[in-house]
Design a protein around this ligand. Structure first.
Ligand code: BTN
Length: 325
């Protein structure tokens, strides 16, 4: 109950768009006594919200701390299911671990795990994902798609298309997709996606789509190895971004793409992916566990594999590190 009053109070304060609201108005809108409103306002202040109180005017929200807590996300959320159930952690080893556990316990489709900081963020190929506090979106989304196991690679491509759309909407930055799951700005990585699943035979139990987005990191604070390959939205834009609004936009795009995929199949996602990909028509080298292939990246096939035209013919690449000039 306390949590929902608090969510509603924050929603009302945000909706008033920094103009004053009387205690009476707030209490009517939230549906609790003025004394209860006062108590919640005090709590919010202790957590870093600045709420100005002026006699005969009421209250006004002056500053919101940059957190990805549920009460910051809900006022922006336009989805039906995605992000409606949230596990929020100030710090954790990896949101993937928490999401696997929750999915095994029966988390509903669209539930998300989100953290301010990860100590052992997981990247692809066993790499570490640098996840310092309050600088990014470190999120795992739980899906239960009624699709065969062999179609699971579609979900990674779908997620990169959805995140790219959300970024394009909010920033107008030139975000490109690099197969299979990276988003780049001016050749540097701003987002990585890690898809993990549990299933058997040809049946999927659940899928965890993990997303790491470098939002407000000051690149100058990063270790040297990361500066060379990565960037953040703040660095590219020259201003910070409100993470909870971005997160809500990503969930909206993700839900829409996912529903579209379940209804219409992979073809529209593939089309959009191909338009946004930075590598089609380029000469690339794909390092796979079976060896390296160099050739021209032609297109995605219906399974989501990248078709590479090499001197030996066309090779479908399912999982690899990609290099190109
Ligand atoms: C990549 O290597 O490109 C994928 C990086 C995925 C990182 C995200 S951050 C949220 C989620 N939790 C993790 O431990 N990893 C993913």
């Amino acid at each position: 109950m306390g949590q929902s009053i608090r969510n509603e109070l924050i929603r009302v304060l945000i909706a008033s768009d920094a103009t004053f609201l009387s205690g009476e108005e707030i209490s009517r809108k939230v549906g609790v006594s003025r004394a209860a409103i006062w108590k919640h306002i005090e709590e919010l202040r202790q957590e870093g919200y600045e709420i100005e109180a002026r006699p005969r005017h009421g209250y006004r929200l002056v500053y919101r701390p940059d957190r990805v807590a549920p009460e910051e996300i809900y006022p922006h959320l336009q989805t039906v299911a995605f992000g409606r159930e949230i596990r929020y952690l100030v710090q954790t080893d990896s949101t993937q671990i928490v999401a696997h556990q929750w999915a095994r316990e029966g988390a509903p489709e669209g539930a998300i795990v989100i953290a301010e900081e990860q100590h052992q963020g997981r990247g692809r190929m066993g790499r570490v994902w640098h996840s310092p506090p309050q600088t990014g979106i470190w999120m795992s989304v739980i899906l239960r798609p009624p699709i065969p196991l062999s179609h699971a690679p579609h979900l990674t491509l779908l997620a990169s298309v959805a995140v790219r759309r959300a970024l394009a909407k909010l920033t107008e930055l030139p975000v490109k997709i690099k197969w299979p799951n990276d988003l780049l700005i001016n050749g540097k990585k701003v987002c990585g996606i890690l898809t993990e699943l549990r299933g058997e035979q040809d049946q999927i139990h659940y899928v965890i789509v993990g997303m790491g987005i470098n939002v407000n990191a000051q690149v100058a604070d990063w270790p040297d190895w990361l500066k060379e390959v990565g960037t953040s939205l703040r660095h590219e834009l020259g201003r910070p971004i409100h993470r909870a609004s971005l997160l809500a936009e990503i969930l909206a795009e993700l839900e829409q793409s996912y529903q579209g995929y379940l209804e219409r199949g992979f073809a529209p996602i593939r089309e959009e992916w191909q338009q946004m990909a930075g590598i089609l028509g380029e000469q690339i080298t794909a390092r796979t566990s079976q060896g390296s292939y160099t050739g021209i990246a032609e297109q995605l096939n219906e399974h989501g594999a990248l078709l590479l035209r090499t001197e030996q013919g066309v090779v479908p690449v399912y999982s690899a590190e990609i290099e190109w000039q």
